[in-house]
Design a protein around this ligand. Structure first.
Ligand code: CO
Length: 307
């Protein structure tokens, strides 16, 4: 049974925070301040954080969040992807938006480049609208992807072919179904009552992402014994607090200190007790936008929970 009220409530919380946080995105804003605002507000609203707030700039498509003491600053004209998630009773709302940072672009970008950024932002939004228009019980996943690809192609841009949306289940952010951003001919048909996050990415590059250096987001994989006491202590904390949903390295270092926290995260990753997500960078270092909503599939369409 789907807990529709909880999905709706989580969606309302995410939309409000996304809209408020979007206004902070301008020249000089620290990524750290943005992610701490989003995560803090989520808790204040009485929801849980479904995953660390991702703020990914320009050619980074996803999976960047600030480490402790991050000094990364947003500059005017940057293409800023803000991707956030909240859960109410484990029912997740996942939404993302791309903002072109306000302010004086100076010498950083030409007006032509800013125009291109605007088109890239519009293209992922058009891709999302097209996808949502196709969603209803019985539609094949490949058809949803085809709608995304077609809408983005009208801008002479590419979707990111190797990134997908995903089904959501209680306390499960990636629940097994992948929603493609092109027609991959997946014949799986969406079912009434399913919760789905749809997230087209658009780029002026070739449309593939690769791993970039660093790991800032992690998720629990499996229980393992550790001889080092401090690592075991960190792992016990993760098992207790982050067993089901992704967590930030920053949450760990804030609690255990940077040295101890980072050593533990490295050991836990090497032992495959936790999975370290790499930031994802467009293959040709080109610009990437993203727009995402969570929807509940219905007989004749869908309800968007994160509008
Ligand atoms: Co998502």
């Amino acid at each position: 049974m789907i807990m529709i009220d909880s999905y709706i409530q989580a969606g309302k919380i995410v939309s409000k925070i996304r809209n408020d946080a979007s206004k902070m995105i301008k020249e000089g804003c620290l990524i750290l301040d943005l992610v701490e605002y989003v995560e803090g507000e989520t808790l204040k609203q009485g929801a849980g954080i479904a995953f660390p707030c991702n703020v990914s700039l320009n050619e980074i498509a996803a999976h960047y969040t600030s480490p402790a003491n991050d000094e990364t600053v947003i500059h005017a004209g940057d293409l800023v992807k803000l991707d956030l998630g909240a859960e109410v009773d484990g029912c997740i709302a996942d939404s993302a938006v791309t903002i072109i940072a306000e302010g004086d672009i100076g010498e950083r970008f030409s007006q032509d480049e800013i125009n291109l950024h605007e088109e890239i932002v519009e293209a992922s939004a058009a891709g999302l609208d097209a996808a949502i228009a196709t969603v209803r019980a019985g539609v094949e996943l490949g058809k949803v992807g085809a709608a995304v690809h077609e809408a983005i192609s009208e801008y002479n841009l590419n979707p990111i072919f190797n990134l997908t949306g995903h089904s959501l289940e209680q306390y499960n952010l990636h629940a097994g179904i992948s929603v493609p951003n092109y027609d991959n001919h997946d014949p799986y048909r969406l079912e009434e009552g399913q919760a789905i996050a749809i997230e087209p990415f658009a780029t002026n590059g070739v449309g593939y992402v690769n791993d970039a250096p660093g790991h800032y987001i992690f998720s629990y994989i499996a229980d393992k014994p550790f001889r080092m006491k401090s690592t075991q202590k960190v792992f016990n904390h993760i098992k207790k607090n982050n067993r089901y949903l992704p967590f930030s390295g920053r949450w760990i270092t804030d609690k255990f200190g940077e040295r101890k926290g980072n050593i533990a995260l490295k050991q836990l990753s090497e032992a495959m007790a936790i999975y370290p997500y790499a930031p994802l960078r467009e293959k040709k270092d080109c610009f990437v936008s993203q727009k995402e909503h969570t929807v509940i599939v219905e007989k004749e369409g869908c309800t968007v929970t994160t509008l």
